[in-house]
Design a protein around this ligand. Sequence first.
Ligand SMILES: [Zn+2]
Ligand SMILES: [Zn+2]
Length: 307
Amino acid sequence: MELLKRLGGWQRPSLLLLAATLLVVSVLYGQSLTTQLKQFRTASSVALDSQWKKVLALFGNDDFYLYVVGILLSIQIPFWSFGILFMFVDYYNWPRWTRKYKLQPGTHEPVDLNRLKETIQVVLINQWSVSFPLLISSYFMKKFTNTMPVIDDLPSLQRFIIDFIIFIIVDEIGLYYVHRLMHHPKLYSWVHKKHHEWPAPIAITFVYSTRIEFVLNMIPVVLGPLMTNPHLFTLWAWYAFVHLRGLKNHSGYHIPGLTSSEEHNYHHMMNNACFSRSPFLDGIHGTDKGFRAYLARKELEKQQKNE
Ligand SMILES: [Zn+2]
Ligand SMILES: [Zn+2]
């Protein structure tokens, strides 16, 4: 206002006109920007929904096929495509550049064919004699309790992200305590020892376990979806993610660009530490102390090699 008082003649109305013009432009431009953003969001969600409708049509719009076969494929396709890829690398030790990412160099270089065959057999038994019947039962349970996931229009991005965050938190907490329980001396030998037959794991040993352990490991994974009853697409994405993460954590490699597999690799190596996938609960319970020292030793060895 002081400035306006000091201005005289034509300057005062010109400045007021300029301010008014700026105000009108910003309101109009702001409105059109918001409208454009809304239109963009609507257009992209319409495009995604139409793609989703095509996927639904592939399953004949039948909720049995969408739930049972859809979940089955969301597990089998990522698991076996990446599982076979890792087995190929472990058996042929090729390409050579992969060797420098081995977490326990010298182990399974190459992997023993007979052990590989036995592991594939156990994995198939778990997937088809445990997981598959449970999946079919869960379909009928969902129908019976009227809790089938939403299948039509895709969920919003916010809902998808919130569901995923809940699943990860519930799974992390659940897995830590289920896993520690399986290491209890009264349970270990008949529940979890089989999984630890691989002190240097390879990718598909993620599912190498007794059937009882396989079921126990499922609890934290399905608990999140039971709590939020997500859209079917979120469910597919979650199961695909869980299997890819499991393969990565058991691969025996530090895959560049991905979170480290060192924790679970150390768990297999030592058998008494790092029960979780993330450092939080192991940090709280002090079950990661040896691991920190191991990492420091590894880093020192690397530095000495480079000198
Ligand atoms: Zn264990
Ligand atoms: Zn493991």
